[in-house]
Ligand binder design. Structure first.
Ligand code: URA
Length: 224
């Protein structure tokens, strides 16, 4: 490659790093505007709406899916299709709701986001460079929310967050960590719609997640 091309590439990398640094300093409003107008990867070309996330910005729970599907792309909100209905039912079963209503205690709710903010064409899996380009947005969301627990929904989200290839079956029932926050893996609600026999396992995972949060609470009490 020519010196000019090398230099251009380096400048682009620096510009990118600069942008990531900018994202790391954003408040909620700036972050959402930045996600909705993002052109960091090619997925912006085919989207109707980028999908930043929804819910309690001071939530104890952060659920992270893979990326927007067709319905989410159209509406700009995560998990609004049939899988979203199931997710809402799963959340209700553990006393959580994505709606602002009913969140009396500011830290009792849930925030729902995706690893990828824009819909890949035909719902294909994210390419590594797309996941990488989008990562600073989720990092900033986590830094702002400061959740006590992250629940990764499905293999693509889990593998993306944990940066290693593994099945949901092998990752569930363990407390992992993502950037210092405990992370638990369970099945994706769209998978559960196709394989309802695994709903009992997903329920076990949610109970495990609640127990983990309870354990964290008593750990904190112990250290006071
Ligand atoms: N599936 C996901 O992983 N995320 C959504 O927002 C919708 C469907």
């Amino acid at each position: 490659t020519s010196v000019a091309a090398d230099t251009a590439e380096r400048i682009e990398l620096h510009a990118d790093a600069g942008l990531s640094n900018d994202i790391a300093g954003m408040d909620w409003d700036a972050l959402e505007v930045s996600i909705r107008g993002c052109t960091r990867c090619g997925l912006c070309e085919g989207r109707a709406h980028a999908v930043p996330g929804v819910g309690d910005r001071k939530a104890r729970w952060l659920f992270v899916g893979e990326g927007p599907g067709r319905n989410e792309d159209q509406q700009g909100e995560p998990f609004v299709g049939p899988a979203g209905k199931l997710l809402d039912n799963m959340l209700a079963a553990i006393g959580l709701s994505r709606s602002v209503q009913g969140q009396q205690d500011g830290r009792s709710g849930v925030y729902i986001a995706n690893t990828l903010k824009c819909r890949p064409p035909g719902n294909r899996n994210p390419e590594p460079d797309e996941a990488l380009a989008c990562e600073p947005f989720l990092h900033r969301q986590i830094d702002l929310i400061k959740p006590k627990l992250i629940v990764a929904l499905g293999k693509v989200a889990a593998v993306n967050l944990l940066a290693r290839e593994a099945s949901v079956a092998s990752l569930r029932n363990k407390v992992h960590e993502y950037r210092g926050t405990p992370l638990i893996v369970t099945y994706h609600p769209a998978y559960l719609l196709r394989s309802p026999h695994d709903k009992a396992r997903a329920w076990e995972d949610l109970c495990f997640a609640m127990d983990t949060l309870d354990g964290l609470k008593s750990e904190q009490r112990d250290t006071i």
